[in-house]
Design a protein around this ligand. Structure first.
Ligand SMILES: [Zn+2]
Length: 345
């Protein structure tokens, strides 16, 4: 076993860069190893809804942090949030501003989804999805529904019929089921056509619900979708390490300041960016599929998005280290624990 691994720079197809001081803190971490990353649009106080917002947010990202000074090659992939009010004209304008995708948050299922989409079946929203299909923009789905008498752990499963409907109604619309978290979700993505793929996070490959509520409440493991059962986690690991191009990296690194996590009604979201390459190497090594890692981090996502592969490499070396208890104002995933691989900078 070698003690050094070289990988093509990553595409992280699901990142929360936030705004203001958090943006400055977290963006350089991802830029260390990702050539590109999808910048999610559910920012506050300003959500990214229009072409103008896209240009403004891209500007904020290019100004943030010191990744530019370090001469790292990094490109944010811009998105808009699709709401009930999003029109085909807004899609065309966002596309002109360089947005590659639109993200749907069904109402009320996660951070900043208070103005999320109410109804996937309205004719007006079908026109919007059709405009995306024609413009070649991807549809990214937070695939959960908050229904009456539905437990938080069942929200992905009850969303799956909506995914099926969208995939069949818009066969040329590329659809990504973001952060798939269940065996049922994996099976559905496999069954659906070539226009449907899924991102998988590193933390859903590590956690079950026990790690969130089974041994005391652990707010820094709490995220949406909630980690599920062992069988679901097994299915995710198998899909991620199988070499199936429908499954690729979207870390959903989602920083919240410590005070927003460690309180009553703490925010959901896990800050995995500072440990992401290291965790993935451990997971793929343990699964006996280290050879599949580069396709998962750096090929399948680019191919689904229709992008050329990244140039440049990242190197990891076998060296035990302890994850810091806090980075800036955020507690990282696996804080205070030992990891066996380290990104070499
Ligand atoms: Zn997210």
């Amino acid at each position: 076993m070698s003690d050094r691994i070289t990988l093509r720079r990553f595409d992280d197809m699901h990142c929360h860069f936030r705004m203001g001081h958090l943006l400055n803190e977290v963006l350089p971490v991802t830029a260390l190893y990702a050539g590109r990353a999808i910048a999610m649009p559910n920012t506050r106080p300003r959500a990214i809804l229009t072409g103008k917002d896209v240009s403004w947010y891209r500007d904020q990202i290019y100004r943030a942090g010191n990744w530019f000074a370090k001469q790292l090659s990094f490109e944010p992939l811009m998105t808009i949030e699709i709401r009930d009010s999003t029109t085909p004209e807004m899609i065309a304008e966002a596309k002109r501003a360089g947005a590659v995708a639109g993200k749907v948050y069904p109402l009320g299922v996660t951070t900043n989804s208070d103005e999320g989409l109410r109804d996937f079946f309205r004719p007006e929203i079908s026109d919007t999805f059709r405009a995306m299909e024609e413009a070649g923009m991807l549809l990214l789905l937070h695939g959960e529904l908050d229904q009456e008498r539905t437990l938080v752990t069942k929200r992905e499963e009850v969303f799956l019929p909506t995914l099926v409907m969208l995939a069949k109604k818009f066969p040329n619309l590329k659809i990504v089921l973001e952060h798939v978290s269940t065996r049922a979700g994996i099976e559905m993505v496999k069954q659906l056509g070539k226009n449907v793929a899924a991102t998988i996070t590193a933390h859903h490959l590590c956690l079950t619900l026990n790690d969130v509520i089974g041994y005391g409440i652990q707010p820094h493991n709490a995220c949406n979708p909630m980690p599920k059962d062992f069988d679901d986690r097994d299915a995710l690991i198998k899909a991620a390490t199988s070499g199936n191009p429908k499954f690729f990296l979207g870390s959903d690194t989602a920083p919240h300041t410590r005070d927003k996590k460690e309180c009553a009604k703490g925010a959901c979201g896990v800050f995995t960016a500072p440990v992401l390459p290291e965790l993935l190497v451990e997971i793929f090594e343990q699964a006996g599929h280290l050879g599949q890692l580069e396709d998962f981090t750096s090929r399948f996502g680019a191919e689904f998005y229709g992008l050329p592969l990244n140039e440049g490499e990242v190197v990891l070396v076998k060296r035990e280290w302890v994850v810091p208890k806090q980075i800036g104002s955020v507690v990282p995933f696996r804080a205070g624990t030992k990891l066996q691989w380290k990104l070499s900078q």
